[in-house]
Design a protein around this ligand. Structure first.
Ligand SMILES: Cc1cc2nc3c(=O)[nH]c(=O)nc-3n(C[C@H](O)[C@H](O)[C@H](O)COP(=O)(O)OP(=O)(O)OC[C@H]3O[C@@H](n4cnc5c(N)ncnc54)[C@H](O)[C@@H]3O)c2cc1C
Length: 429
């Protein structure tokens, strides 16, 4: 049987893509290598643009709403709290196995065929169709379609290689452990739903350590260029804040392991389309280069790929020259990632991570500024600011205060260098 579209990979990107395709009468089949209960190393943070762009998720998927973001430098920290009237939550928290499963169910309910425990082994790009080889449980089969969406995350490089297309080569590593804590202790120690981020170049010079709360427990992780299990275990045991917050917490085992490591792409691909092929999510390198958030990027690119393929079906044109439209549609994602790249450069490559984060935390201790900052955190993080608008003014004010504070601490030569970096990192001059 021949389908219109095959989606390889059933994470947030692939499942969202399959759902949108099916809703628009595209005959689509999705193959997911894993089973429904498989643990996926992910902090489960859904920044608020997920809800803004895709609508609310059912309450059974959500562990907690996030109303605090704690930013720690080595010597300073700030607790950014969302509006007391709760109209501007910072995000939500979930477990990935449940979230991915829900997305695949949505795709299936919309009419997509979804096969789990099915690994796409190889792909051949024929003149008029693509053909894949899939291993489902113990048997292998071949499936044809007009087009293929590669949504295999960072692990799916073999399909990229087979098609001789660009693949995410630069990889950042992340490591995570899950802990059980009774719900009332999570509330006492963390104040409920929290993203807690610890920046310290001595611990991770190219990333940070995090604690994200769940209903009954916390996910604790670290990302860096490379991560080492024993270093991570030392942080859990001896870091003055983290070890205290984890005191008495029971480490949870998934599939025989207490600690899970997974890669994160560290480079966006130049070409995210080819003849009869589109790349989405992590497989395209779509990830925030400062926070390493990627669920929204995967879902958004999945939706945009689907929109392009719906049009391709109407015109019976799956050539690269038509699918180029997808790359153009992704402009907002590219812009957001470009802005995050500037923060990446400033914080991870300047050599002044600790100074920046400590100074930012100090400035944001000003309640008036932090209230306005938190209220607009999504827009500020995305950095898509129009000169002259209110949030752009806030960004400028923050930048000015940051530079004033840094000027007092640095000699003239170093300050000139830092000044250039800060100005470069801020979208609005
Ligand atoms: C430790 C860690 C913590 C993170 N925390 C957050 C966070 O809090 N918030 C956030 O927004 N982002 C977070 N991220 C990033 C986020 O997990 C990814 O950006 C996101 O999962 C990308 O979605 P995706 O659909 O592109 O890929 P994936 O979620 O990786 O999905 C790809 C799917 O394809 C399947 N697959 C692979 N190869 C094949 C094949 N050959 N055939 C069939 N199926 C295949 C895989 O089994 C997988 O299910 C984190 C990442 C890590 C590593």
């Amino acid at each position: 049987m021949k389908y219109d579209v095959i989606v390889a990979g059933g994470g947030p990107g692939g499942a969202t893509c399959a759902e949108f395709l099916a809703k628009n009468d595209v005959d689509v089949i999705l193959f997911e290598k894993g089973g429904n209960d498989r643990y996926k190393a992910c902090a489960g943070g859904l920044m608020w643009h997920n809800e803004l762009d895709f609508g609310p998720l059912p309450p059974e998927i959500i562990e907690r709403d996030v109303d605090h973001l704690l930013l720690h430098g080595p010597t300073n920290f700030v607790d950014l709290q969302s509006d007391s009237n709760n109209s501007t939550k910072i995000g939500q928290l979930t477990y990935r196995n449940r979230l991915d499963c829900y997305f695949r169910e949505q795709a299936n309910r919309s009419g997509a065929t979804v096969e789990t425990n099915s690994e796409v082994l190889s792909v051949t790009n024929h003149e008029d169709y693509v053909e894949i080889e899939v291993k489902s449980n113990s048997h292998e089969k071949r499936v044809k379609a007009d087009a293929l969406v590669i949504a295999t995350g960072v692990h799916g490089n073999k399909l990229h290689r087979k098609l001789k297309i660009d693949r995410p080569l630069e990889i950042q590593q992340a490591i995570q452990a899950e802990f059980y804590l009774p719900s009332h202790i999570v509330e006492e120690r963390f104040g409920g739903g929290v993203y807690e981020l610890f920046f310290d170049s001595k611990i991770a010079s190219h990333g940070y350590t995090w604690i994200f709360t769940k209903k009954e427990g916390v996910s604790v992780g670290m990302c860096n260029k490379t991560v080492d299990i024993s270093h991570f275990q030392d942080i859990l045991k001896y870091h003055p804040v983290i070890s205290q917050k984890l005191s008495g917490a029971k480490q949870i085992e998934f599939e025989g392991r207490h600690i899970w490591a997974a890669p994160i792409p560290d480079r966006i691909l130049e070409h995210i389309f080819g003849d009869k092929v589109l790349l989405i999510g992590d497989a395209a390198g779509f990830i925030d280069r400062f926070t390493y958030e990627g669920i929204w990027h995967a879902r958004m690119s999945g939706k945009l790929a689907a929109e392009t393929l719906v049009k391709a079906k109407k015109r019976s044109d799956y050539t690269a020259s038509f699918l180029l439209k997808y790359q153009k549609k992704c402009n907002r994602i590219f812009e957001i990632i470009k802005n995050s790249q500037k923060m990446h450069h400033l914080v991870y490559h300047s050599g002044y991570m600790n100074l920046f984060i400590d100074t930012m935390a100090k400035i944001l201790q000003d309640k008036d500024l932090s209230d306005r900052y938190t209220k607009n955190i999504q827009t500020l993080l995305e950095g898509l600011l129009e000169p002259g608008d209110e949030i752009a003014q806030l960004s400028i004010e923050f930048q000015r205060r940051l530079l004033d504070a840094l000027q007092k601490k640095l000699d003239k030569r170093t300050f000139r260098k830092i000044n250039r970096l800060v100005e470069y990192a801020y979208f609005i001059k």
